[in-house]
Design a protein. Structure first.
Length: 78
């Protein structure tokens, strides 16, 4: 896997993986990822960029992704 990422780039690998997720599991996959990244109750710029890219790769609407991130931020506030 490391060689594949180094040959193709992490963005390509992420996009390819996202295409393999069935449509009915895209929102839950995004929510789980957001929950893990936001477990500390904050969102760093690199985390925000990753989530934005993931949402696009999963073909989620901006509003859908924003609502999920907002919910996870509330859930994980200390």
């Amino acid at each position: 896997m490391r060689q594949f990422v180094s040959e193709h780039g992490s963005g390509t690998v992420l996009a390819s993986a996202a295409r393999g997720i069935p449509a009915h599991l895209r929102l839950p996959a995004f929510a789980l990822t957001a929950d893990l990244l936001l477990a500390d109750g904050t969102i760093e710029p690199t985390e925000r960029r990753f989530l934005n890219r993931l949402a696009a790769d999963l073909r989620l609407g901006v509003g859908e992704a924003r609502r999920i991130v907002d919910a996870m931020l509330v859930k994980n506030q200390a």
